[in-house]
Design a protein around this ligand. Structure first.
Ligand SMILES: Cc1cc2nc3c(=O)[nH]c(=O)nc-3n(C[C@H](O)[C@H](O)[C@H](O)COP(=O)(O)OP(=O)(O)OC[C@H]3O[C@@H](n4cnc5c(N)ncnc54)[C@H](O)[C@@H]3O)c2cc1C
Length: 241
């Protein structure tokens, strides 16, 4: 396996998606071809305690390949890399490696995507690719966030799934503010219901893709294992920590 390509990028755009999440656009000289689900590693002009440059990975959130790559980045409290991406002036150069990773969707498979926060990022290109391919199987996305302010790509996903019997976008809020009449609580409390619904409506086995922090991944795996004896080959996970 050859080492991932090192390429120079420029941070050219930044747009808030929520109070703590920004969509960051990196511009490259050439088109960056990626498989939906892949991530890029960024090398920062920041150093750890051993004076080694800090590197962090970010899922590619762009709908499709181009010479720009979009990343949805959460500002983590006192996190060096994420604060740098939120605060660096536009036109800051960054060294990147990749795209890399093997968190791939399997086309034409009834799919449940589960994400919290910026864990939704890899599902954006996966969803766009499935629509572009004309996949005939269902994709249900279960997304968890704190409140209405923390929804990510909600309008876009609602628009994409509008009028479709195969695409469904479900949001659960752990701390909704007044007026919310959708699901509440942590995503793992809705996984069993969402999985059953999808399985009952499908002739082929449902696979689950889950992305976010490890604590959530573990809770989701637990439900799928205990309630459905789901085989590990049907659970695809990407951990952010
Ligand atoms: C394959 C992969 C893909 C990733 N993709 C993304 C992405 O698309 N968007 C993104 O924001 N982060 C993503 N991350 C996390 C990212 O690499 C960094 O860990 C994160 O930005 C924190 O780095 P930091 O230097 O700011 O903080 P650090 O000082 O390194 O602090 C790390 C702390 O932040 C927590 N943390 C990490 N990611 C998140 C998050 N998204 N939300 C809340 N807490 C978090 C960890 O649990 C840990 O406690 C990904 C990680 C991996 C391994």
């Amino acid at each position: 396996v050859s080492a991932p390509a090192t390429q120079q990028a420029t941070l050219v755009k930044r747009r808030p998606l929520s109070p703590r999440v920004s969509l960051i656009t990196l511009q490259f000289e050439n088109q960056i071809d990626f498989i939906p689900g892949q991530w890029m590693s960024l090398v920062f002009p920041l150093f750890d305690e051993k004076q080694k440059p800090i590197r962090r990975s970010y899922s590619i959130a762009s709908a499709r390949s181009s010479n720009e790559v979009e990343l949805a980045v959460t500002r983590v409290d006192s996190g060096m890399a994420s604060n740098y991406l939120h605060d660096a002036p536009l036109n800051t150069p960054l060294e990147t490696k990749g795209p890399q990773g093997t968190f791939f969707h399997t086309p034409n498979t009834p799919s449940l995507f589960v994400a919290t926060g910026t864990g939704i990022a890899p599902f954006r290109p996966m969803l766009h690719a499935a629509i572009a391919r004309g996949d005939v199987n269902s994709i249900h996305i279960l997304f968890g966030a704190r409140s209405q302010h923390d929804e990510l790509f909600a309008q876009e996903f609602a628009q994409l799934s509008k009028g479709s019997s195969r695409l469904k976008f479900i949001t659960s809020l752990s701390q909704p503010s007044a007026g919310w009449n959708g699901k509440t609580g942590y995503v793992q409390t809705h996984v069993a219901e969402c999985f059953s619904q999808l399985q009952n409506a499908s002739t082929a086995p449902v696979h689950v893709w889950v992305c976010g922090v490890r604590k959530m991944l573990d809770e989701v795996r637990k439900v799928l294992k205990n309630d459905f004896q789901l085989d590990r080959t049907r659970i695809h996970a990407e951990s952010y920590d």
